[in-house]
Design a protein around this ligand. Structure first.
Ligand SMILES: [Zn+2]
Length: 578
């Protein structure tokens, strides 16, 4: 069993001086709650004073076994197997699959423990502000003397509480009420407030704390990932505000598709563009070093979370002004050309409401920028988009029928977040064929989907995507708000979607195959777990064992393959103990 960093240490590290307090715009993705029938969640792995406690499932006391999936690991009795490494790997996989099958029909806590420990690859859809548990935010807020509005539960950094606000509680009814207002904890369906609204309203309530704690929040995400045996996370937060603001300032009137070239020229030719861009880049680079400082990664005993590879996705809210959205998208491409901390861009906020009217324009923006930056090789930025996160209740007919397709065909999205409205497309079979052939992965967020949109079970298109060989990966979306975790998503996949152990294993492999980290893949055929020739298993070495010299040379050239090798190592280690 691997050591888990004492989570409380985060609370005394990297406070205001190290944080970018300029970001308070913490809009997010999706979410919902009231979960289906499956509790998925857990208490805050990181910190948290206990408080309201989450759903009983995955998560529980925090730490959990598993480990960060570092290179070493081990623990438990050495496995006994007389075959070749490849033969033993097949045997151990079978054992793990059998144990999973047994647990699915047994006590849920044992299944939770199994799914917490199982290697999971990466979390590709993780909103930073929504990833942190309310208890953790309250700990930070209490330390820094924030105030909480007694009726709206919105946090503010006023420092002098009174009147409508109170000091941050550490227990009691007010504390519990705040947890409920800042997450889906205790939310009951059927009242005046929908899960959809409750979920999205949380972000503005803790936003002031989240904005002042970016480094701590990333560290929190890394710790949780390590505790659930992940090796990789792409977390998204708002960035590029300077270039976004400059672009907006330079444009007067309504920005339309025919204006994109002019707006682009105005922005990049502005005398202050380079300086504004540099500030945006600096902010991101500081986040990359800042969270590692918060974790103590340079110390003598770095925690397992330091072994989790973290990359950033530039999150741009659909609800900003047209020119601001364009400027932030433009800025994301520019930033990625300067720092490899940023690997992708995503549009967030619901596809319903005000953003629906701008959807086509935003797709055109990404197409324009693809031509400017991607086709020319100027920027390595990749595109993943929330698309089809809709049901009849929230989506216009046009959005339901077209958003996923437009994201793939116009905006060059290589991954789709949610993709729930698949079957509303005019030709879903052709769309799935296209996604499969182009390798467009669907980031499936089961907790969020049932909580926000009440989509679960056979209403969820996950099985349809799987049947049509469209690659999918499980992701957390907003695990703090959802009171979930990656293991919780796996639990839903097992119990609500009926996935098998080997399907979950393929999903974990998919997450790294479609991560935006650079480098060639370890696999020539991921479905068959067929590695490249340089790393092909033989009688004395299987994938996941220490690589031989040829394979090591291959891995040295590829961050992706290195992560994939770590995942296979972790699978070998995990399965051999089942
Ligand atoms: Zn999302």
């Amino acid at each position: 069993m691997r050591r888990i960093l004492p989570l409380g240490c985060l609370f005394v590290l990297a406070l205001a001086s190290a944080c970018d307090s300029s970001e308070t715009d913490e809009t997010d993705s999706t979410g919902t709650q009231t979960g289906g029938n499956i509790p998925v969640g857990g208490s805050p792995v990181v910190g948290g004073a206990g408080g309201a406690g989450g759903d009983p499932i995955v998560g529980g006391a925090g730490g959990v076994q598993g480990g960060a999936g570092g290179e070493g690991g081990g623990g438990g009795a050495p496995p006994t197997c007389d075959g070749t490494p490849a033969e033993c790997a097949a045997l151990w996989e079978e054992n793990a699959s059998d144990r999973f099958d047994m647990l699915v029909g047994g006590p849920q806590d044992q299944l939770e423990a199994f799914l917490t420990a199982v290697p999971k690859g990466g979390d590709l859809h993780n909103h930073l502000s929504g990833a942190v548990y309310a208890e953790t935010y309250l700990d930070w807020a209490e330390t820094e003397n924030f105030c909480i509005n007694s009726s709206t539960f919105a946090a503010s950094a006023s420092g002098s509480c009174g009147g409508a606000t109170q000091a941050v509680p550490t227990s009691g009814a007010f504390y519990d009420d705040i947890i409920g207002a800042w997450s889906m904890e205790g939310f009951v369906r059927g009242g005046a407030e929908t899960g959809h609204d409750h979920f999205f309203d949380t972000f503005g309530k803790f936003g002031a704390i989240a904005g002042a704690h970016r480094f701590d929040s990333i560290a929190d995400v890394a710790i949780r990932a390590a505790s659930e045996n992940q090796v990789y996370v792409e977390t998204m937060f708002n960035m590029g505000q300077n270039v976004g603001g400059l672009t907006d300032d330079n444009w007067s009137g309504t920005l339309n598709e025919s204006d994109l070239q002019a707006a682009y020229d105005l922005a990049i030719n502005d005398p202050s563009f380079d300086a504004e861009l540099q500030q945006d880049v600096n902010s991101v680079d500081q986040a990359r070093t800042g969270y590692r400082t918060a974790l103590g990664c340079a110390g003598a005993s770095p925690p397992a979370a330091c072994d989790v590879e973290v990359r950033f996705i530039a999150q741009v809210s659909r609800t900003g002004s047209r020119a601001t959205v364009f400027g932030q998208l433009l800025g994301a491409f520019e930033m990625a050309a300067q720092t490899d901390a940023i690997v992708g861009v995503n549009l967030s906020s619901p596809e319903d409401e005000v953003s629906a009217a701008s959807y086509d324009l935003q797709m055109a923006m990404l197409d324009f920028l693809h031509q400017q930056y991607t086709e020319t090789g100027v920027s390595p930025l990749r595109v993943t988009l929330h698309a089809g996160e809709l049901t009849d209740t929230y989506g216009t007919p046009a959005a339901l029928a077209g958003n996923i397709r437009k994201a793939v065909e116009i905006a060059h999205a290589e991954r789709i977040g949610h993709g729930l409205s698949l079957l509303s497309d005019a030709n879903p079979q052709a769309l799935m064929d296209e996604m499969r052939d182009q390798g467009v992965l669907v980031e499936v967020c089961l907790s969020s989907n049932v909580q926000i949109l009440l989509v679960s079970g056979s209403d969820h298109p996950l099985a349809t995507y799987l049947d049509n060989q469209v690659p999918v990966a499980l992701a957390t979306d907003d695990q703090g708000v959802s009171r979930s975790s990656m293991a919780g998503e796996y639990l839903r996949a097992a119990l609500d979607q009926g996935l098998s152990y080997r399907q979950l294993k393929l999903i974990a492999r998919n997450s790294l195959e479609h991560a935006f980290v650079p480098g060639n893949s370890l696999w020539t055929s991921i479905g068959d777990a067929e590695p490249v020739a340089a790393c092909a298993s033989n009688d004395t070495m299987g994938v996941g064992d220490p690589p031989d010299a040829t394979c090591e040379a291959f891995l040295a050239e590829s961050e992706r393959a290195t992560l994939q090798w770590r995942l296979e190592h972790n699978f070998r280690e995990f399965e051999s103990q089942q």
